[in-house]
Design a protein around this ligand. Structure first.
Ligand code: CTP
Length: 131
């Protein structure tokens, strides 16, 4: 059983999120997703996500490519989460390229190319501009 783990906020769920999750799942037998909490997002970005934590968790757990979810409460605990979930592969988008190489002693680290021309930030900017 090869376990893949990935992390993210997945706010205002979009096609880029679905693409990376499906590709991550295809690298193993099960995919576990660490969903960053509202509190962690506030700490990181100074604002809360549009979709609340429970809803972001519910959307992810409803996807057929996702086998398990948990709350990512601290950016510093990735090593612990990798161990806890016995992950063989850590997948991140290539916006994080090189940033998680420190976990290569715990598991394989793979950076997947982001889907072009879409992000939560751009969606929100588009909505604001249109209103
Ligand atoms: N992702 C992707 N392609 C996109 C957008 C996101 O592959 N176009 C990936 C990211 O690289 C990350 C995961 O999806 O591994 C979750 O990203 P997240 O930061 O939650 O989404 P973004 O749309 O990038 O959000 P933001 O604009 O707020 O940074």
């Amino acid at each position: 059983m090869r376990t893949v783990i990935t992390f993210g906020t997945f706010d205002v769920f979009h096609i880029g999120h679905l693409n990376i999750l499906k590709r991550a799942r295809s690298l193993g037998d099960r995919l576990i997703v660490g969903v960053s909490t509202d509190a962690l997002n506030y700490k990181k970005k100074g604002r809360y996500p549009i979709y609340k934590e429970e809803d972001r968790l519910a959307i992810l757990s409803g996807l057929s490519c996702v086998n398990g979810i948990f709350r990512e409460e601290s950016l510093e605990w990735k090593g612990q989460y990798i161990r806890e979930h016995k992950a063989d592969v850590l997948v991140m988008g290539d916006d994080w390229s090189g940033k998680f190489d420190c976990y290569r002693d715990l598991c394989e680290v793979v950076y997947l190319k982001r889907t072009a021309d879409i992000s939560t930030t751009e969606i929100l900017a588009g909505i604001r501009a249109a209103s």
